[in-house]
Design a protein around this ligand. Structure first.
Ligand code: ASP
Length: 338
């Protein structure tokens, strides 16, 4: 299990750069984001914990492995990390104390698989992949997804760790559902801590130039039982078009679903926008339909195009993303509207 403190120290020692987020407004270009051209293979993922996930994906990409295998292996790292309270094992539960996972995966051929509201299985992403590969369907949900997982050899486990249970019990005292804007200190949760969401979305291009993506989360903490966010919804939390590029999202899923966010980002790249500008336009769409709500919630988009250029944009400051390629290993702070 990767030790985050050690990782952070190592990251600093190896000069992992954290670019400081600069306030921007909608009229300014976001092209000061780093741009890497024709860099393949490459993997990018949401949040600072994406760096350890990227490392696992890179192990596959550097051996000329397939992007699909890389993104699955990559996001399995946070899924198995009990200290990560927003993905997989140790994810914060719904308001009834049940950990329910959402995940999806998409390859270079428009093939995709998804699980929604899956309980008791650590690697939701692998179940999603099996849905894609072994069924005629795209989505399995709830008990049907669990039965499918068990029939395919996945082990039933208790995903509610003592730490997550403690946080949930502390939350029960106020029982107020309110997604907070960021989760910068997700590994330093104290009982009743306000940080209560995030997701890993990962996009990779392999040495053949093919793209794939994966997205997995325990969703918004203390949600209603049965709530499904954007993360397992193809087009919302993740979209891959091998001719154009790929995008993924994090933040309050309801806002992303309304605009079918990741699909929108890819279509904007199809129109010629850079990944960062496409992400910015999608954020502006959210702002346009609900400027009041947009002040209170976080949404972040991350995208990569077929040239290996990448970029991000968020509603609020604090969204970070991690990049790994043959010549860089960085964590960046995304630009944001506010
Ligand atoms: N997008 C996730 C959801 O709505 C949560 C997050 O990324 O913070 O379930």
């Amino acid at each position: 299990m990767p030790d985050r403190r050690k990782f952070v120290k190592l990251s600093l020692l190896t000069s992992v750069a954290l670019l400081i987020n600069k306030r921007s407004n909608a009229s300014t270009s976001t092209d000061s984001q780093p741009v890497v051209t024709k860099d393949s293979p490459i993997v990018i993922s949401t949040w600072d914990f994406g760096a350890v996930a990227n490392a696992a994906a890179w192990d596959i990409l550097k051996k000329k492995g397939r992007a699909l295998d890389a993104v699955e292996a990559g996001v399995m790292i946070p899924e198995a990390d009990p200290d990560n309270h927003s993905v997989g094992l140790g994810g914060l539960p719904d308001r009834d104390g049940r950990v329910t996972l959402d995940a999806c995966i998409m390859d270079e051929n428009y093939r995709c698989g998804s699980v929604m509201c899956l309980e008791h299985i650590v690697h939701a992403i692998s179940v999603a992949r099996k849905v894609m590969e072994n069924t005629p369907h795209v989505i399995l949900a709830g008990d049907g997804a669990l039965q499918f997982a068990l029939a395919n050899g996945f082990k039933k486990e208790n995903l509610l760790t003592p730490a997550s249970e403690k946080l949930w019990k502390a939350w029960l005292k106020r029982s107020q559902y309110k997604p907070e804007i960021n989760s910068e200190n997700k590994y330093q949760h104290l009982p009743g801590d306000i940080h209560n969401h995030d997701t890993i979305g990962m996009l990779a291009m392999d040495s053949t130039g093919n793209l794939s993506g994966a997205c997995t989360t325990s969703g918004l903490a203390y949600k209603m039982h049965g709530r499904v966010g954007d993360s397992p919804v193809i087009g919302a939390g993740l979209f891959v078009d091998n001719e154009i590029g790929a995008a993924t999202s994090t933040g309050v899923g309801e806002e992303v679903i309304r605009i079918v966010g990741s699909h929108l980002v890819v279509e904007l790249m199809r129109q010629g926008l850079s990944p960062a500008d496409a992400c910015r336009k999608a954020v502006e769409r959210i702002l346009k339909y609900n400027p009041v709500k947009s002040k209170e919630v976080q949404v972040g988009f991350l995208a990569m195009n077929k040239k290996g250029e990448y970029g991000a944009f968020a509603l609020q400051p604090g969204f970070t993303y991690a990049v790994k390629s043959g010549h860089e290993e960085n964590t960046y702070a995304s630009k944001s509207y506010y």
